[in-house]
Design a protein around this ligand. Structure first.
Ligand code: BG6
Length: 482
C-alpha cells in the first residue's frame, strides 16, 4: 500500500558532508518555497553526541556556509530549524535503535529514511531499523551510493535491505537523475517530432557522453582509491545518461514504464573488449591556471586506481546496431562539463560539391552542466554571390534553457529527489534490476583490466586525458567534442 506523503524524514549521516552541502540546503529550499508539508518533521541521526539544540546550531552554520546569498533569510532559516531534531546513534549495534524509535514516536503516518552510510553499516542499520519497528509498511528508504563496489557486494546490500524493505519501498538514489537537464533529455526526445525518426542507426553515426571534472580527490582519499572513475561515475551516472539517451519511448511517464525501458538498454550493452577502454590517472599539470600535483602525490603513495576512463560502448539491439557510444569521464580535466553529443550521419549525396560546397554532418549537443543548453549545428550558406564557389558553414540553432527559463527557480538535484522520496514517487530512483545490469557490465570491464594487467596511463592535469583516449575515437575517424 502506498502511504503517500511522509510525516517524518529521518536523515542518516546527518552531520556529514553530504548533509551539510546538499541535503540541508535542499530541504531548506523546499521549506522556504512551501513545497514540503508544514507538519513534516526532520530528524537527523549520526554518531556525534548532540542534542536538538546543538544539531540545529550545526545545521544553521551549514546553511550559512552553503546557501546562496539570495536564499538567506533569518526568519525562514529560524522556522526551518524548528522542524529539525536529532538523535545520536551508533548504527553498528542494535541497542541505540530503540532510543531512535522513541525519539521518532508514532511513524504510522508515514516516514521516509535517507540512508547514506559506510558500506559495512548497511546491514546492521537495516537490522536495527527492523528490530525497533522502523521498517513497517508506512516506511520507505532512500539509499545513497556507494551501494557496494561490484555485483556481489551490491547484491548483498540489496538483499539485506530487502529483508526489511520490499522493492516498492526502496528508493536508490543516482543524483544525476534529479538534474533538470537530464529530465529535459526526455522532453527533447519525446516531446518533439523531429528528433525521434532519426534517433537510431539510420540517422546517427555515433554518440559521445562526457562528464569531465576539474577537481581532484577533494579529501576523499580512501573512498576514491578503492573505487576509481569506472565505479564512481560510469557504473551509475554515465550509464543512466546512456540509458535515457538510448531507450525506447516509454508508453507512459511512470516509474515502471521508464525503468522497464532503461533496463532493456542496460541489458543490451555489449561486453567491452580491452582495446575499447582506456584507463588514465592524472599526473601533475595546471587546471584553470593553477599548478596541481599528481594523483599519487595527492595520495602520498603510488596507486593503480584510474581517475579517468574512456570507453567505446555498444548497445546490441536493432535501434543501435553499429552506433558506438563513446563515454569518457575524469578528474582534473580541462573543464567541468557534462554533455551528450549526438553525431548525425552525413547526407547521402552532396549536391553542392561541384560548386565547392563542403558539408559537415549535423550534430546535436545537449549540455547538462555547467551551462544548460541544447545546440543543433546545421549547415547554412555564407551570404554572397558565390563567384568563387559556394561556401557552406555550420551555424548553431541554440536553445539556451538558462535564458528561455530565466525566471524559473533553478533546483539542485537533491531538492527534486528528496521531495520525490517524501512524496513516494519512485520514477527517478534506480530499480534493482538496473543496478545489477550496470554492475554486470562494469565488473566485466574490470575483469578484462585485471586479466590483461591493464594499468592506468598517466595524463597531464588540465588536459583531456591520456592520448590513448584520443586514439580510441580517432581510429574510427571520430574526434571528441572538446
Ligand atoms: C559523485 C562522485 O557521485 O558525483 C564524485 O562520487 C563526483 O566523484 C560527483 O565529483 C559529480 O557530481 P556533479 O553533480 O558535480 O556532476
Amino acid at each position: 500500500m502506498d502511504h503517500g506523503q511522509s510525516k517524518t524524514l529521518l536523515l542518516f549521516g546527518a552531520t556529514g558532508d553530504l548533509a551539510k552541502r546538499m541535503l540541508l540546503p535542499s530541504l531548506f529550499a523546499l521549506h522556504a518555497d512551501n513545497l514540503i508539508a508544514a507538519d513534516l518533521r526532520i530528524i537527523g541521526t549520526a554518531r556525534s553526541d548532540l542534542d536538538d539544540a546543538a544539531y540545529r546550531a550545526m545545521a544553521g552554520e551549514a546553511l550559512a556556509k552553503f546557501l546562496p546569498d539570495a536564499r538567506k533569510d533569518d526568519a525562514t532559516i529560524a522556522s526551518f530549524l524548528e522542524r529539525i531534531g536529532y538523535q545520536p546513534l551508533d548504527a553498528s549495534t542494535i541497542e541505540g535503535f530503540d532510543a531512535l524509535a522513541a525519539k521518532l514516536g508514532d511513524v504510522s503516518g508515514g516516514m521516509s529514511i535517507f540512508l547514506s552510510t559506510a558500506p559495512f553499516l548497511f546491514e546492521p542499520t537495516i537490522l536495527g531499523l527492523k528490530s525497533a519497528g522502523l521498517a513497517g509498511e508506512s516506511v520507505r528508504i532512500g539509499l545513497e551510493k556507494p551501494l557496494g563496489n561490484d555485483l556481489a557486494s551490491s547484491c548483498a546490500i540489496n538483499d539485506a535491505v530487502a529483508e526489511a524493505f520490499p522493492e516498492s519501498r526502496t528508493f536508490r538514489i543516482d543524483h544525476y537523475l534529479g538534474k533538470e537537464t537530464v529530465q529535459n533529455l526526455m522532453a527533447l526526445r519525446f516531446g518533439n517530432m523531429m528528433f525521434e525518426p532519426l534517433w537510431n542507426a539510420n540517422g546517427i553515426d555515433h554518440i559521445q557522453i562526457t562528464v569531465s571534472e576539474t577537481v581532484g580527490l577533494e579529501g576523499r582519499h580512501g573512498f576514491y582509491e578503492d573505487t576509481g572513475a569506472l565505479r564512481d561515475m560510469v557504473q551509475n551516472h554515465m550509464l543512466q545518461l546512456l540509458a535515457l539517451t538510448a531507450m525506447e519511448p516509454p508508453a507512459e511517464l511512470d516509474a515502471t514504464a521508464i525503468r522497464d525501458e532503461k533496463v532493456k538498454v542496460l541489458r543490451s550493452l555489449r561486453a567491452v573488449s580491452p582495446a575499447e577502454s582506456v584507463r588514465g590517472q592524472y599526473g601533475a599539470g595546471a587546471v584553470g591556471g593553477t599548478a596541481v600535483g599528481a594523483y599519487a602525490d595527492d595520495l602520498a603513495k603510488p596507486s593503480d586506481t584510474e581517475t579517468f576512463v574512456a570507453i567505446k560502448a555498444h548497445v546490441d539491439n536493432w535501434r543501435w546496431q553499429g552506433v558506438p557510444f563513446y563515454l569518457r569521464t575524469g578528474k582534473r580535466l580541462a573543464e567541468r562539463r557534462s554533455e551528450i553529443v549526438i553525431q548525425f550521419k552525413a547526407v547521402p549525396h552532396n549536391v553542392f560539391a561541384p560548386r565547392g560546397g563542403k558539408l559537415v554532418a549535423n550534430r546535436l549537443i545537449i549540455r547538462l552542466q555547467p551551462e544548460e543548453y541544447v545546440r543543433l549545428l546545421v549547415m547554412a550558406k555564407e551570404p554572397g554571390l558565390d563567384r568563387g564557389g559556394m561556401v557552406l558553414r555550420e551555424v548553431p540553432l541554440d536553445l539556451s534553457l538558462t535564458d528561455a527559463f530565466a525566471k524559473a527557480q533553478r533546483r539542485i538535484a537533491y531538492e527534486r529527489l528528496l521531495l520525490d522520496l517524501v512524496d513516494g514517487d519512485p520514477t527517478l530512483f534506480v530499480r534493482r534490476d538496473e543496478v545489477e545490469a550496470q554492475w554486470r557490465w562494469v565488473d566485466a570491464i574490470r575483469k578484462g583490466w585485471a586479466d590483461g594487467a591493464v594499468t592506468p596511463k598517466s595524463y597531464g592535469s588540465g588536459g583531456w586525458g591520456p592520448s590513448a583516449a584520443i586514439a580510441l575515437t580517432e581510429r574510427d575517424g571520430v574526434s571528441w567534442n572538446d
